[in-house]
Design a binder for this molecule. Structure first.
Ligand code: C2E
Ligand code: MG
Ligand code: MG
Length: 630
């Protein structure tokens, strides 16, 4: 059993990667812009400040020189200005053409050319000219000064460097933050992805994940021309387990189912829980050739009792199979067809069924029937037939079984085997049972009034035994039709009782207390044990027709019938054999102590009128056969 291929976490990888990339992209575009812009502003600030300071200092010096009354005094002032360090060039050019320069030699010889902006020219000197006025305000010349730009340039360069360092620290911190968070994000996202793709109860891949897996496997199988098999299964009556024993027990059953599936899946198999009680197993490659064997093992393993505390639960899976490429070449078709096969297995009570196109027609019919059943009940399309039970002690018809049929306006007479399971599935079984009981008791009342009372046996479904109101409802009907409880018998299939023995037992006790007799139907098909049987208030066991029909030719069947009769006798129960189709079966049953007999040999189920004419009214016998059973 391999673990399912984990799809590449594309999303996962990209989240961290995208975060980093996004951060990088934002910074690559925005940071340089911001940086350059800020530096530009800082540079402009420094330069403007320099120019303003230079201008005011030059004009101040020029106005100061206006008060100097000799060239010597002016030269001395210029000398002082040079000594301040900021000024690297100073001279006064008078209108007379005379030039007054400081006495100390200037470090560098500069050719004066007035500047208007910072950094103009190839030198690092900002040249400025300020007018030299006389005390009267007349222009006597121009003061030419050169200011050293280097300190301001250094300040700008320093600001640049500081900006660069800050930007780098910012970038580093951002990336460190992402690097710090990314493992956490990755883990968180891995967890989310896992949760989104797995079932939390069993840890198996969920439906979405399984879809991805199957789609992927279909591609691979197509490429290598290999088969694939999709096995789908659900647990019959799982809802009952949940409803009656609680969700904890339901959960344990699902967990146990998952582990049993794992245990019997082949090496290449992938198990998934598609939802509720629905599981799937994908079988790949050469293993797909053995799909039927796998389905068989799987079905057997799941039918082994589930032990829940002191309870032992018998669970039946219904298994449907669809193959790639025979039944579908895409996920949806394969799943739908496996689903159809699974429902067919449920309907036929087969362990597993492989898809066949003829089943599709069935499923359409089934769909039509389930949607029309409610209306059928309202429109009285359901009718009842009566099949007599022959008392082998006196060869008289002692009672009759009530069997429902659906007289469908288009599809004709539909068998209960087809629509009872549907009624159970769509939640109509309680209404249907009450409907049949009402019709049966109405007829029983009519026969009683006519002076030919006969006991009628009505079938109950497993689901009816979940309905606590049932005993009360039956009593009300008996009162309504003024019938004694002795004229009613109820048949309950073996599996119905034993799926929830405690609850079913309580309901049966209440029904039995009113005087209604109970029979266990289809005896031999379930898993009831003697000890269980003893606890139930039943009067009859009805041996299933599958053993009776062929008991003349099949020794095993004959042995089962014998054993069942002996068992019943030991428990003080009476025995009914159903499915008697031949005279010799009847004769044999008589000799081995069977009490009652029912079957086509005696009579097919009949509408009320026919039954009445043949078995209730004192009509002259029409055939040798009828002569026997009056
Ligand atoms: P069941 O209760 O075991 O009824 C006996 C079935 O065996 C009937 O089928 C009957 O027609 C058939 N049968 C009787 N004698 C012979 C025979 O000699 N040979 C063969 N091959 N078959 C024989 P039917 O009427 O189709 O009913 C099938 C099942 O549907 C019943 O099995 C019962 O489980 C269910 N059912 C019928 N009516 C009702 C109903 O009103 N309520 C519920 N819940 N189930 C019903
Ligand atoms: Mg029956
Ligand atoms: Mg039966």
């Amino acid at each position: 059993m391999v673990s399912p291929p984990t799809p590449r976490p594309r999303l996962l990888k990209s989240l961290t990667a995208r975060l980093l990339l996004g951060l990088l992209a934002i910074h690559a575009i925005l940071l340089p812009l911001l940086f350059v812009g800020l530096l530009y502003i800082v540079k402009q600030g420094y330069q403007t400040q320099f120019v303003e300071q230079v201008r005011s200092s030059a004009y101040l010096l020029a106005s100061h020189l206006s008060y100097m009354d000799s060239d010597k005094a002016i030269a001395e002032q210029l000398e002082e200005a040079l000594l301040s360090g900021r000024i690297v060039h100073a001279q006064a050019v008078l209108t007379t053409g005379r030039i007054i320069a400081p006495n100390i030699s200037q470090t560098q010889t500069h050719i004066f050319h007035e500047n208007f902006a910072f950094g103009e020219g190839a030198d690092t000197v900002y040249f400025i000219a300020a007018p030299l006025l006389t005390l009267n305000g007349d222009i006597q010349g121009v003061l030419q000064l050169g200011y050293d730009e280097t300190p301001t340039r250094d300040q700008i360069a320093f600001a640049n460097r500081r900006g660069m360092i800050l930007a780098s620290i910012y970038l580093l911190l951002s990336f460190a933050l992402v690097a710090f968070l990314s493992p956490k994000l990755t883990r968180m996202q891995k967890k989310l992805v896992y949760q989104a793709r797995h079932d939390s109860l069993t840890g198996l891949p969920n439906r979405n994940h399984m879809q991805d897996i199957i789609e992927q496997e279909i591609k691979i199988a197509r490429h290598h021309a290999k088969p694939l098999a999709l096995i789908l299964l659900d647990l019959d009556h799982f809802k009952e387990i949940n409803d009656t024993l609680g969700h904890d027990v339901g959960d344990s059953v699902l967990i146990e189912t998952a582990s049993r599936l794992h245990a019997c899946a082949p090496a290449s198999g992938i198990v998934a829980r598609l939802g509720g009680d629905e599981f799937s197993l994908l079988v790949r490659g050469d293993d797909a050739i053995h799909t039927l064997k796998i389905a068989d093992t799987l079905s057997r393993i799941l039918q082994k009792p589930f032990i829940e505390g002191e309870q032992s639960l018998q669970i039946r899976p219904s298994v449907g199979i669809a193959l790639f490429p025979d039944h579908g070449t895409d996920f949806t078709t394969l799943l739908r067809r496996a689903d159809i096969a699974m429902y067919e297995a449920k309907r036929k009570r087969s362990d597993y069924i492989i898809y066949d196109s003829s089943i599709d027609k069935h499923s359409l019919r089934k769909l039509t029937m389930s949607t029309e059943l409610r209306e059928a009940l309202e429109r009285n399309e359901l009718v009842i037939y009566f099949q007599p039970k022959l008392d082998l002690a006196d060869n008289k018809i002692s009672s009759a079984e009530v069997l429902v049929r659906w007289r469908h306006p288009r599809m004709g007479l539909i068998s209960p085997d087809e629509f009872i399971p549907l009624a159970e599935q769509v939640g109509l079984i309680d209404s249907l049972t009450m409907y049949v009981l009402r019709l049966a008791l109405q007829q029983s009342q009519a026969w009683k009034i006519a002076g030919t009372p006969i006991k009628l046996a009505v079938n109950l479904s497993a689901w009816n035994l979940q309905n606590d109101a049932l005993p009360g409802q039956i009593n009300s009907l008996l009162t309504e039709f003024d019938l004694p409880a002795s004229l009613l018998e109820l048949e309950i299939t073996e599996s119905a009782i034993f799926s929830d023995l405690a609850h079913a037992g309580e309901i049966l006790e209440q029904i039995h207390a009113t005087g209604i007799e109970l029979a266990i139907d289809d005896f031999g098909t379930g898993y009831s044990s003697l000890s269980h049987l003893k606890k139930l208030p039943v009067s009859y066991i009805k041996i299933d027709k599958s053993f009776v029909m062929d008991m003349d030719n099949n020794e095993n069947d004959s042995a089962i019938v014998h054993a069942s009769i002996n068992l019943a006798k030991n428990l003080g129960l009476r025995v009914i054999a159903e499915g008697i189709e031949h005279e010799q079966t009847l004769t044999k049953l008589k000799t081995i102590g069977c009490d009652l007999a029912q079957g086509f040999f005696i009579s097919h189920p009949l509408p009320a009128d026919d039954f009445e004419k043949r078995f209730l009214l004192n009509k002259p016998p029409r055939s040798k056969l009828a002569e026997q059973f009056v």
